[in-house]
Design a protein around this ligand. Sequence first.
Ligand SMILES: NC(=O)C[C@H](N)C(=O)O
Length: 332
Amino acid sequence: MMKNILLIATGGTIASRSTSNGLTPQLGPGEILEYVPSVQRLCHVDCIQLFNLDSTNILPKHWEAMVKAIEERYDRYDGFVILHGTDTMAYTSAALSYMIQSSPKPVVLTGAQRPIDKEITDAKMNLRDSILYACDDDSHDVVIVFQGHVIAGTRARKIRSKSFNAFSSINFPDVAVISGERIIRYIEWKAGNGPRFYTRLNPRVFTLKLVPGMDAGVIHYLMPYYDALIIESFGVGGIPCYEGDVYMKALEEWTGSKKLLVMTTQVPNEGSDMVIYNVGSRVKRRFDLLEAYDMTPEATVTKLMWLLGTYSDDNEIKKGFYTRINHDLMTV
Ligand SMILES: NC(=O)C[C@H](N)C(=O)O
């Protein structure tokens, strides 16, 4: 029997037309689908348009809208394909991985680096591959399908701003590749017993990228606005101890007001390991902090938004942070 797929349009380059002010999302999902008539042979597709945004403008409330749209229609479809801009797609795929857990049906995000109405475009291949993947019996959970790569929702990172192969899977293999009509699966991955939907997020999570010599006073400034601070430190992880240990004092003030402190690294691959150097281990011993290890920055920030929006108990938040969801964390 033919599968039923829901195509959810949110904007991005795939929906954009050239205007005198640059590329602007204008096409609806029906118009986009017309460029790939071959999908008619694969499945039946229904379309909805939630918004039509350059993904630069995506907010946590848009993630909530995507989740609600899927939850309301979950029983009626075999799979879901979300058309999305590439700029923040890795944040959305991570957020949705926490908000739609253990889904036996696939939720596929895709988009393009060039609009679908251009002669040279990656949009048609990405859309066709995504629908092919969403129709497959062995597909489940949140993934990005892009340029033939299938990447777990928590592992994607935009690594090229212009080329077609824009996404990479960080610290984890591609879960599959798509070659023509074939899906070649690289990892054994069983469907969970969900879905479990979560729609509450707390966006008061700040990511601070350390730069040599940065004024530690910035941490004090963040106090009224944020509940959790993720420090993207250098290398395997550490906090500078120059100038009278101002960073340690700032972090004492931060943690003293019952706010979460999370350490990660700005190095793209292999993650943090704070106990290796004195600059890290002294911080880890001093504070009851969380360490992101091999999680991506996108997964770390959205996981905290989900945890802080869902749980109020500190221990539950800490336990939840170290619980592996959609392949986000392998070290622990
Ligand atoms: N390739 C793209 O989709 C980029 C676009 N600015 C977006 O993220 O919406």
